[in-house]
Write a protein that binds this ligand. Structure first.
Ligand code: ADP
Ligand code: MG
Length: 338
């Protein structure tokens, strides 16, 4: 069982940033409003993700590391399918098999907190407020060959920051902090005030400015587009919003194209091509447009295949999505600027 987890982990955990992504995903799934990442040595020595989410009940803590561990695997064929499925539902089990892990958690409405040692399975009481901390130490300790593939701490740290950045751009309602070697390296505060009405586009603008810099905001225009067709709830079937950099944006950069589908960061040729074509007539040379675009659509019309090393989507009707994104960006660029 341990071996199977290790094989699955080897396929999907490329580097510390892959772990960071899974842990932050879990924190957000748990309803966290504040996520704090602490790293040592670019994440190789320690990755700790602390949240204030709903927590895990004492009796469910051991299951977190074991979910789907009931091994139905009996042949090499099955093993391959496990690896290619990535680790849907078994991220923690896989990570626990290649690092020294612990979970500390206090569930909402419960007065006690517990620490589960992933190695020994030992459970002991600890003190903490509501939420969960997952600690991952000495990643790849048992597979030195893999450890050798890692780059410098600075590079691994940059990848970890990038993984959090992608989440942060999707969740302006959540605060994020990143510490490395005891120093605060990034902090993005919650862009909503509890109990006060928020304009979601304004909150997003604030987050984009905090994460990508005020110049991104100054040199981009707001995208807010929706299709005329309605879905079964009477809402637009497709919505595209966010910000598109003006063509002459001085900081036209290759690494500032962010696309989200139903709240998930994705890399997708349909989306990038659509955005690129909207800029075709206005962007000269091989400049890259900068943008952060968010697509919301009927989840049954898109298949998001979440794999820790790549995030792919398959649209049921890619033409429809291509046109939507293209129109959304074109309309924005064509509109007179304020
Ligand atoms: P998945 O997220 O696909 O269910 P994981 O292996 O990532 O699989 O996590 C296993 C389980 O552990 C989750 O389903 C959840 O119940 C629990 N869990 C993990 N991290 C957290 C967290 N930060 N807060 C609350 N529960 C968590
Ligand atoms: Mg998960």
């Amino acid at each position: 069982d341990e071996l199977i987890s290790q094989i699955a982990a080897g396929e999907v955990v490329e580097r510390p940033a892959s772990v960071v992504r899974e842990l932050v995903d879990n924190a957000l799934d748990a309803g966290a409003t504040q996520v704090t990442l602490r790293l040592l040595a670019g994440g190789v020595r320690l990755i700790s993700v602390e949240d204030d989410g709903q927590g895990i009940l004492r009796d469910e803590l051991p299951i977190a590391f074991k979910r789907h561990a009931t091994s139905k695997i009996g042949s090499l064929h099955d093993l391959e399918s496990v690896a290619t499925m990535g680790f849907r539902g078994e991220a923690l089990a896989a990570i626990n098999s290649i690092a020294d892990c612990a979970i500390l958690s206090r569930a909402s409405g419960i007065n006690d907190a517990y620490l589960l040692d992933g190695r020994t399975g030992e459970l002991k009481p600890v003190a903490r407020s509501q939420g969960t901390t997952v600690e991952v130490k000495e990643l790849f300790y048992s597979t030195p060959a893999r450890r050798k593939f890692l780059k410098t701490d600075a590079t691994e740290l940059a990848h970890c920051i990038e993984a959090v950045r992608r989440h942060a751009l999707a969740r302006p309602d959540v605060g994020f902090a990143i510490w490395h070697e005891g120093k605060l390296v990034e902090q993005w505060r919650k862009c909503v005030v509890e109990g006060e009405p928020t304009d979601p586009l304004a909150a997003l603008d604030q987050r984009l400015s905090d994460v990508l810099g005020p110049e991104f905001l100054a040199q981009s225009v707001r995208v807010d587009w929706h299709s005329k067709q309605a879905n079964e709830y009477g809402q637009p079937a497709l919505r595209v919003w966010g910000r598109a950099g003006v063509p002459d944006a001085a900081r036209s950069r290759a690494d500032q194209q962010f696309c989200y589908v139903n709240g998930r960061f994705v890399r997708d040729k349909v989306l990038t091509h659509a955005a690129r074509s909207a800029y075709e007539d206005v962007l000269h040379g091989n400049r890259q447009p900068v943008y952060a675009l968010y697509v919301a659509m009927d989840p049954t019309r898109v298949d998001v295949n979440v794999h820790p090393t790549k995030i792919e989507v398959r649209f049921r009707d890619s033409r429809e999505v291509h046109q939507a994104v293209r129109h959304a960006v074109e309309d924005t660029l064509a509109a007179p600027r304020a």
